[in-house]
Design a protein around this ligand. Structure first.
Ligand code: SF4
Length: 364
């Protein structure tokens, strides 16, 4: 029998190397991790730590902070020390901030050596410092900031251009014997992004950080990221994910966690199987589903709870659920594994479901 919360058909993951981002392994057989990025000014240490704490509480496993100024770089030691989850410093052009981030105890750095090489060839020094400190580096290629040379060669940010850019950036570190890398090739168009990651997955063994860049506001961004990540993760591609939304980062984490749960890449916690309602419904299914969701929020045992609008099809349609209710005639038929065990007045449905859940799946 399949354990509660675990998938019946597990995803077969692509074989990637593993890097260690602080306490969180990424790649290899490590679970796919969820990450996000703070929106505070990094130099505002209290605000940044507060946001990191909120993200951690929401299930974020790795957090990235932007380091555009020396004030931000100076804030890194305290942030890295006090954050409960590994902190990645996101640096664009200034090699000195990379050294500062490594010295500060950041768990990883995101930097593109191509940017740094243009100004000053510090790549060898970064490779040495990161190697000595065992700090991995993410090469983050974005469609919007693709190298000019590649843009001219490919005409636009095609999957081939993104992958060529990423592998070239990797080679700048590989020349110095540094291979503790992970890669992202982000694009705002899910189809281009999917192709780019598929290509990259075939061409290297580095762990991959999935992202759809500039995915948009909450609704659109959630759908775009879910579609793109869903395709790739179901094919086993992707070792850590970041959902980008024009919304508070806690929302990104919730969406990321839900994507992983949907694919069985994280144990499912609560899954509400509610019917869409139809002309046969004898109860306000939307409201009942919301009340059941609220009542079961944080329930410590993974459960699939069905909320069905009528007794005609209810238990049959929801046979796969652990427990549930079908409503009709002002009453609720409470069922467990498809068998009706009790019938209660509508006003007692939610409490009865909880009671049955606690009795049959007592928290340890
Ligand atoms: Fe309609 Fe009943 Fe099915 Fe809900 S369970 S969609 S109310 S038939």
């Amino acid at each position: 029998a399949v354990a509660l919360g675990m998938p019946e058909i597990p995803v077969r993951r692509r074989k990637s190397r593993q890097v260690q981002v602080g306490s969180v392994p990424v790649g290899g057989d490590a679970p796919v991790s969820v990450q996000s990025m703070t929106t505070t000014v990094t130099a505002d240490v209290n605000a940044t730590l507060q946001q990191i704490a909120e993200l951690t509480a929401a299930g974020c496993e790795i957090v990235r902070v932007a380091v555009p100024s020396s004030d931000d770089a100076e804030a890194l030691p305290e942030i890295a020390k006090k954050s409960a989850i590994p902190v990645i410093a996101d640096i664009h052009f200034q090699p000195r901030y990379v050294f500062a981030a490594i010295d500060a105890g950041c768990a990883a750095v995101r930097v593109n050596p191509g940017n740094i090489r243009k100004f000053d060839d510090k790549v060898a020094e970064i490779a040495r410092a990161a190697g000595d400190a065992r700090v991995p580096i993410r090469i983050g290629v974005n469609a919007g900031s693709l190298d000019k040379r590649l843009l001219e060669k490919h005409g636009k940010a095609t999957p081939e251009a993104l992958v060529e850019s990423a592998l070239w950036e990797c080679s700048l570190f590989e020349e110095h014997g540094f291979t503790d890398l992970k890669i992202s090739v982000k694009h705002h168009d899910p189809l281009v992004m999917i192709d780019a990651y598929r290509l990259l997955a075939r061409r290297c063994e580095y762990p991959l950080h999935l992202g759809v860049t500039e995915a948009g506001p909450r609704f659109q961004g959630t759908v775009k990221s879910s579609v793109a990540f869903g395709v790739l993760l179901a094919e086993g591609i992707g070792d850590t994910i970041r959902v980008s939304l024009s919304a508070p980062p806690v929302e990104e984490v919730k969406v990321g966690a839900q994507i992983l749960e949907s694919l069985g890449l994280r144990p499912r916690r609560l899954e509400i199987v509610s019917c869409p309602s139809c002309g046969r419904a004898q109860v306000d299914v939307y409201r009942l589903a919301e009340r059941v969701t609220a009542a079961f929020e944080g329930f410590p045992v993974p459960l699939r709870v069905a909320v069905m609008g009528c007794v005609v099809n209810g238990p049959g349609e929801a046979r796969e659920a652990d427990l549930g209710v079908s409503s009709g005639n002002g009453k609720g038929q409470i069922f467990v594994k498809g068998e009706v065990v009790r019938t209660v007045p509508e006003s007692q449905i939610v409490e009865t479901l909880l009671e049955e859940a606690l009795r049959r799946w007592p928290p340890e």
